[in-house]
Design a protein around this ligand. Structure first.
Ligand code: NAP
Length: 250
């Protein structure tokens, strides 16, 4: 893929202040995409991402919003539209976990995970879709999880939120297919981020036995796939679930 396959487009990346979202933002900016860097609580980190993009000659815009808040999402997309006219590429990356066995899971824990991971994806997609339909071009890339495919003890809320993204992505892909808008879902396995670093050695050793390649992935592995799906080269790929997980979902 070359820069000309994507250069000049605009992107909104949710949860771009760290981890996978940060890597996606940097990868897109590197290819000449203007990136709106969304964050919820990590303002300083979002500023670092924007600075990194600027230092490499790219253009970015920092946009605050809790994606589980529909009004905040509408305001965020309005801000990007005012600055750049439209969002060409939406990456629904913001996601949280709140683990616990179902018997002890609180309503709050369930609602919060569904609110950010699933409702947030819905609010953001709905907010950008009108201009995408009007301009007859768009890319929506949702970040799922291998846990949404395989399930995992202690993660019924998270797994349900990520599995729901499969149905969401496939249905929306069908709705907008004739408008040159593609909708895909990338399902990472275990990727070296702060969340994974916080696991105990015992947990990491157990997870490693599930990964055929025998190691965790890097944030760039996800960013590279997202950048490809966002490019013109991926125009005939829609409604797909693409695992980037070292073989874990096999
Ligand atoms: P992370 O390092 O914890 O970063 C999460 C990002 O989401 C942060 O930028 C955070 O922003 C943002 N966020 C959280 N709640 C938000 C909200 N309500 N509104 C807007 N932004 C919000 O996570 P990660 O590991 O990079 O994961 C990124 C995505 O990949 C998630 O969807 C996750 O489920 C998925 N995933 C990760 C792995 C993995 O191994 N790491 C595996 C499978 C799937 P603030 O800090 O500013 O609040």
């Amino acid at each position: 893929m070359s820069k000309s396959d994507i250069e000049g487009k605009t992107a909104l990346v949710t949860g771009a202040s760290k981890g996978i979202g940060k890597a996606i933002s940097l990868a897109l900016a590197d290819l000449g995409v203007k990136v709106a860097v969304n964050y919820n609580s990590s303002e300083a980190k979002a500023k670092e991402v924007a600075k990194q993009i600027g230092d490499s000659g790219g253009e970015s815009l920092i946009v605050h919003a809790d994606v589980s808040d529909a009004k905040a999402v509408t305001a965020m997309v309005h801000k990007v539209n005012e600055a750049w006219g439209q969002v060409d590429i939406l990456v629904n990356n913001a996601g949280i976990i709140s683990d616990g066995l179902l018997l002890r899971m609180s309503d709050e824990s369930w609602d919060r995970v569904i609110g950010v991971n699933l409702n947030g994806t819905f609010y953001c997609a709905r907010a950008v879709l009108r201009t995408m339909v009007r301009q007859r071009w768009g890319r929506i890339i949702n970040i799922g999880s291998v846990v949404g495919l395989r399930g995992n003890i202690g993660q019924t809320n998270y797994s349900a939120s990520k599995a729901a993204l499969l149905g969401f992505s496939k249905s929306l892909a069908k709705e907008v297919a004739t408008r040159n808008i593609t909708v895909n879902i990338v399902t990472p396995g275990y990727i070296s981020t702060e969340t994974v670093a916080d696991l105990t050695k015992e947990q990491k050793d157990r997870i490693m036995t599930w990964i055929p390649q025998g190691h965790f992935g890097e944030t760039e592995d996800i960013a590279n796939m997202v950048a490809y799906l966002a490019s013109k080269k991926a125009r005939y790929i829609t409604g797909q679930v693409i695992s980037v997980d070292g073989g874990m979902a096999i």
